[in-house]
Design a protein around this ligand. Sequence first.
Ligand SMILES: *Cc1c(COP(=O)(O)O)cnc(C)c1O
Length: 388
Amino acid sequence: MHPTEAFIPYGRQAISDDDVAAVVAVLQSDWLTQGPAIERFEAALKDATGAAHAIAVCNATAALHIACLALGAGPGDTVWTSPNSFVASSNCALYCGARVDFVDIDPVSLNMSVSKLAGKLEAAKRDGTLPKIVIPVHFAGEPADMAEIGALAKQYGFRVIEDASHAIGGSYGAKMIGACEHSDIAVFSFHPVKIVTTAEGGATMTNDPDLAATLARLRTHGITRNAAEMSGESEGAWYYQQIDLGLNYRMTDMQAALGASQMDRLAEFIDRRHCIADRYDTGLAGLPLRTPVRAPGRRSGLHLYPVQLDDASRRKAVFDGMRAAAIGVNIHYIPIHTQPFYLQQGFRPGDFPAAEDYYARALSLPMFPTLTDADQDRVIATLADLLA
Ligand SMILES: *Cc1c(COP(=O)(O)O)cnc(C)c1O
């Protein structure tokens, strides 16, 4: 370690005095959970994305779970996602009793490959094993090929959940990520390393009013207080009915107040992340590595800045060297299908070679809005030394 150098994490939250005041105000109010701050936060999410409905929940894993439930995933169904993601992207299907399979990534975008998806769908159609739901992941914030995936969804009759945990504030064509132009539901995460934080938190976005009502019920035990959703008559003002098997996935008002306050700075956060990425692109040019692609016509949320070393055999030494220099590099992601739990489900190393090859070269560099130029220069110089 270099004891004089402060540790630079790969990601961290940016909390302002206004954020702190917003949380304290809730603590001094009448509502600590599922009160007016939830409505404020959900309104901010709808404003920022253009989606008609937002349902805030306790984390993105819960959001993915109720998204799968709302779209009817259950035993006998299959859900496909990207192996280059956090395990929550596929675990959500297993929670519903559905089966999971993966579609390998495109080696340039690092997102689900549309050509591999199309080929796998054609084979599944022949076998009668078409998926019920496909979950593309906007890896590192770079939007997946949503128009093409949406067209395949119409052709083959599956539903689409965007795992947009990395991508709030990004855009695809004329629409913001979360607008659900080519999907049924989009999911955000508000974990502290993500773009906007509520400590723990997530949300589901949708334009479908029936799906929104179902998601809102599933967030709170499957209970409704809306007479229009009940069977029979309401018995009075106290009356509620449980009409689905839901969960308690509510977000607290303290968290929602933090989120609503953070949303005021979303555009600022994304601009700053792009400045940092531009500086990395320039500062790392000429090193034996590839920097992340930002495709035209879409804007990344830039949750992560993952580089790929040309020489995978040096990755461990470079990772260890960066950590020894107090630089919190990380690796995103160990391909989900290679996890021991997924090997028990029958997956094998080699099943999704593009995701595995990417993983062997991957190194996520520090990327967060309060990263200083001086700290970023130290990251670049240390990496250059280690690769020299
Ligand atoms: C962080 C993350 C999740 C899970 O988010 P939580 O809010 O921590 O539950 C799901 N998918 C992806 C791609 C993520 O990065």
